[in-house]
Design a protein around this ligand. Structure first.
Ligand SMILES: Nc1ncnc2c1ncn2[C@@H]1O[C@H](COP(=O)(O)OP(=O)(O)OP(=O)(O)O)[C@@H](O)[C@H]1O
Ligand SMILES: [Mg+2]
Length: 358
C-alpha cells in the first residue's frame, strides 16, 4: 500500500464512488465519498402470508419497517452472530440459505442508499469483527460482488482507529451488539496478536437484563425488545447512587419498579472479559510504548454509550500506571467513516488487487 502513498487514488474522476460499509449485528451503516451517511437496522423480513403481503405490498421488508410490522413478517437478523455462521455438519441448509438471502437483500438495499450513478464504479471497504476467519471475510466479499466493482474487508476496530487518525500507540475497544472487539495500533496494519474479539457484547447485556427483569417484574410480561429499550435509555456502570425507576403495565395500570441493580449487573457483565483482554493487549505491548498506549484508549460502538464506562475501564487499568480513556464522538458511524477514509486513501495499485472478478 505504501508505494504510491495516500491520496494517489484520489485522482479519481467522477466515475468512482468510494464507500465505507459497516455491516453490524444490529445496525448497518454506509458513508460515501459524496457525503451520504445512512444507517439501517440489520433486519430483513418476509410477509408471513397472503394477507401480510397484500398489506405490505412488498416481497421483502428491510430495517425499521420490518420491526414496525414484526407481527406480519418472518424476521431474520442475518448478522446476529457477529459474522456469518458456518453451518455445522449435518445441519439442514434451509436456515442458512435464508440467512444468505437476507444478507444479500440487506447489502443491496444499503448499497442503493449510496445513490451511485449507473456508470459509476463502486469501491467498498467493509468492516468485519476483529478476529473474523478468512471464510467470514470471503463471505462478505461474496455478499457485495455483483453490486460493487472492488471490495476489501478490514477489521472494525482498525477502521475506527483509522477514521480517528489513531495510527500509533492506541487501543480501540468497539462495543457492538454481537461482538466486542479490541485492537491496538502501532504504526502499521495490526496483526492477529493485536486484536481480540469477545462475544459478550450488547446482545449479551440485553439477554442478561431481560432475564433479571423477568425475575423482578413477575406480574407483567417483559419482552427482550422492552429490556433493550430500557437499557438504551438508562445503561450505566458505576457505584453512583442513582435510581432507575421504570413503569410497567400491571392489570392495565402503570406500576413503578426500581431496576437499578438489575441494569447495573447486566451492563457490568461485559466488564471482566473486556478488562482482561485490554490488560493482555497492554502488557504484551512493547514496554517502551505501553505508557503512551494507556493514554490513548478509545471506546466506540453503540455500547460505548453506557454511562460511566470510560471511568470504569480507566480505574481498572490504573494498576499499570495512569490511563486516559475517551469515547468516540460518533460511535455509530465511526466504523463506516474509517472504512470510507481507507477507501479514498488506498492507492490504485492496491485497489487493483481487490477487483471483483466477474
Ligand atoms: N445508549 C446506549 N447505551 C448502551 N448501549 C447502547 C446504547 N445505544 C445503543 N446501544 C447498544 O449498542 C449496540 C449496537 O451498537 P453498534 O451499532 O455499534 O453494533 P453493531 O455494529 O450493530 O454490532 P457488531 O459490531 O457487534 O456487529 C446494541 O447492543 C445496542 O443496544
Ligand atoms: Mg459494529
Amino acid at each position: 500500500m505504501a508505494a504510491e502513498g495516500p491520496g494517489a487514488a484520489a485522482s479519481q474522476d467522477g466515475d468512482i464512488l468510494h464507500v465505507g460499509l459497516d455491516l453490524g449485528t444490529s445496525q448497518t451503516s454506509i458513508e460515501t465519498s459524496t457525503d451520504i451517511r445512512r444507517t439501517v437496522t440489520s433486519v430483513v423480513g418476509w410477509p408471513k402470508d397472503l394477507i401480510s403481503y397484500k398489506f405490505l405490498q412488498k416481497q421483502v421488508v428491510i430495517g425499521d419497517e420490518c420491526l414496525e410490522h414484526r407481527m406480519a413478517v418472518d424476521m431474520i437478523w442475518p448478522m446476529e452472530h457477529g459474522v456469518f455462521r458456518a453451518r455445522p455438519e449435518g445441519e439442514p441448509s434451509g436456515e442458512d440459505d435464508r440467512e444468505a438471502e437476507a444478507i444479500e437483500h440487506l447489502v443491496s438495499y444499503v448499497i442503493e442508499l449510496s445513490e451511485a450513478n449507473p456508470n459509476q464504479e463502486i469501491r467498498a471497504v467493509i468492516g468485519c469483527p476483529a478476529r473474523a476467519t478468512p471464510e467470514d471475510r470471503q463471505a462478505l466479499i461474496d455478499a457485495v460482488s455483483g453490486l460493487v466493482s472492488h471490495a476489501m474487508v478490514a477489521s472494525e476496530p482498525f477502521l475506527v482507529a483509522y477514521g480517528l487518525d489513531l495510527f500509533n500507540n492506541a487501543l480501540i475497544i468497539d462495543i457492538g451488539a454481537g461482538t466486542l472487539d479490541l485492537c491496538r495500533m502501532h504504526g502499521t496494519i495490526p496483526g492477529e496478536e493485536d486484536q481480540q474479539t469477545l462475544i459478550k457484547a450488547g446482545n449479551y447485556v440485553d439477554s442478561r437484563f431481560h432475564m433479571l427483569l423477568q425475575e423482578k417484574v413477575q406480574d407483567s410480561p417483559i419482552t427482550l425488545e422492552m429490556a433493550r429499550k430500557i437499557k438504551e435509555k438508562y445503561a450505566f456502570v458505576s457505584s453512583n447512587k442513582e435510581v432507575i425507576a421504570v413503569d410497567f403495565q400491571v392489570d392495565g395500570k402503570p406500576k413503578t419498579y426500581d431496576v437499578t441493580d438489575e441494569l447495573r449487573e447486566a451492563c457490568e457483565s461485559v466488564l471482566p472479559d473486556m478488562i482482561s483482554s485490554a490488560k493482555e493487549l497492554i502488557v504484551s505491548f512493547d514496554s517502551e510504548f505501553q505508557n503512551e498506549l494507556r493514554q490513548n484508549i478509545v471506546l466506540a460502538g453503540g455500547g460505548s454509550q453506557i454511562r460511566g464506562l470510560g471511568e470504569e475501564v480507566r480505574s481498572n487499568l490504573t494498576e499499570f500506571g495512569p490511563c486516559r480513556v475517551s469515547t468516540a464522538e460518533d460511535p455509530i458511524y465511526a466504523g463506516a467513516h474509517g472504512a470510507l477514509r481507507l477507501a479514498t486513501d488506498m492507492p490504485e495499485s492496491e485497489w487493483r488487487r481487490h477487483a471483483i472478478s466477474k
